[in-house]
Design a protein around this ligand. Structure first.
Ligand SMILES: Nc1ncnc2c1ncn2[C@@H]1O[C@H](COP(=O)(O)OP(=O)(O)OP(=O)(O)O)[C@@H](O)[C@H]1O
Ligand SMILES: [Mg+2]
Length: 326
């Protein structure tokens, strides 16, 4: 039997209760994540793509246990289910899992010096408490140089850096505790296009050198394909298509993936069939009974209005949730 994957997420569900008004008690919920699953191998990148509100960030926050899932499991590096760990056990695992977020302005504390920012995960990690401030400064210098900044900048503050440089600082911080998994949530979306490729290449370079696994989240399909070994396309809290990057870029079958591909710069009009309504995603409070993509789908049939299509394997390692043959 082959080894289980380094990371395996199954049946992830998160419904947010709507805040009740002063005189009403709402039982309605926002169906943000509705049964998401994927695997990530060591040293590989799993891309998560989908339009705004499809549940990407909620998925990331669930894995980092910033919020707790309604159901689902998350096995990580031999730990059968991270969701079942008590806080003390979770603390030991924390340094293994780091994150980089979209906005390098909001995610760096403006009052902290860079040396304290980049060594923060390390200072919180078990067994690192004995490090002297000189040692921490030395580590911060090395980390800054690793991400292409000057080691002499450890005494500076975030406002003294550009957006791209700040994202490098976020990456240095994520690396400080020598993690084996980093969640990157739209790490380049707020940066100029010319800076984006530098940051993406830095992430690739770090992965090659360290064997870190990434969950890489983005709107932009081109960016996701560039970085990811395997890609899952999310729509209304579900994965509607998943497969190796190359397969998805060449042979996407789900009408929603085709819509995303068609919207890529340079691809406009490249698809020979209608690719669906650019329209609006469904209301996540009252999801339709059948396929969530129904109202926008050029291929919708009767069954699609009644039943939610399950994710099924359409060719080796390529999955799609659509009743049509694609
Ligand atoms: N704490 C919360 N309470 C209520 N609803 C929430 C909460 N967090 C997220 N949501 C809702 O869940 C849905 C999914 O949000 P999420 O942030 O995961 O989407 P996303 O795919 O990351 O979108 P974007 O591309 O814009 O970042 C949205 O409708 C959002 O409003
Ligand atoms: Mg998001």
């Amino acid at each position: 039997m082959s080894n289980p994957p380094f990371i395996q997420v199954n049946g992830l569900v998160k419904h947010f209760p709507l805040k009740a008004g002063l005189f009403s008690r709402s039982t309605e919920k926002v169906h943000a994540v509705n049964g998401v699953g994927f695997a990530i191998e060591k040293g590989q990148t799993h891309g998560l793509v989908g339009e705004s509100g499809s549940g990407k960030t909620t998925t990331a926050r669930l894995l980092l246990r910033v919020i707790e899932p309604d159901s689902g499991s998350f096995s990580f590096d031999g730990v059968p289910d991270v969701f079942q760990l008590a806080p003390a056990q979770l603390k030991k695992l924390r340094r293994q899992m780091q994150y980089i977020f979209q906005d390098p302005y909001a995610s760096l504390n403006p009052k902290m010096q860079i040396r304290d920012i980049v060594t923060e995960p390390l200072r919180y990690a078990e067994g690192a408490k004995k490090l002297s401030s000189a040692q921490l400064n030395g580590i911060a210098e090395e980390l800054l140089e690793r991400v292409g900044l000057s080691g002499g900048d450890t005494g500076k503050y975030p406002h003294e850096f550009s957006g791209g440089q700040r994202q490098r600082i976020s990456i240095a911080r994520a690396l400080s505790a020598k993690p084996s998994f980093i969640v990157c949530d739209e790490p380049v979306s707020s940066l100029d296009v010319s800076i984006q490729s530098q940051i993406l290449n830095l992430l690739l370079d770090i992965q090659q050198a360290t064997g870190i696994s990434y969950l890489f989240i983005a709107h932009n399909l081109a960016v996701v394909f560039y970085l990811s070994d395997y890609v899952s396309v999310m729509y209304a809290g579900r994965i509607v298509e998943a497969g190796p990057s190359r397969v998805l870029s060449l042979r996407a079958r789900h009408p929603y993936t085709k819509l995303l591909l068609d919207a890529m710069p340079g691809n406009r009009g490249a698809q020979r069939e209608p690719t669906g309504d650019a329209g609006e995603p469904p209301n996540l409070i009252r999801l339709p009974a059948g396929c969530a993509f129904y109202s926008r789908c050029p291929r919708r049939g009767e069954q699609c209005a009644r039943e939610v299509p399950a994710l099924r394997e359409v060719e080796s390692s390529h999955f799609m949730a659509c009743f049509e043959q694609g």
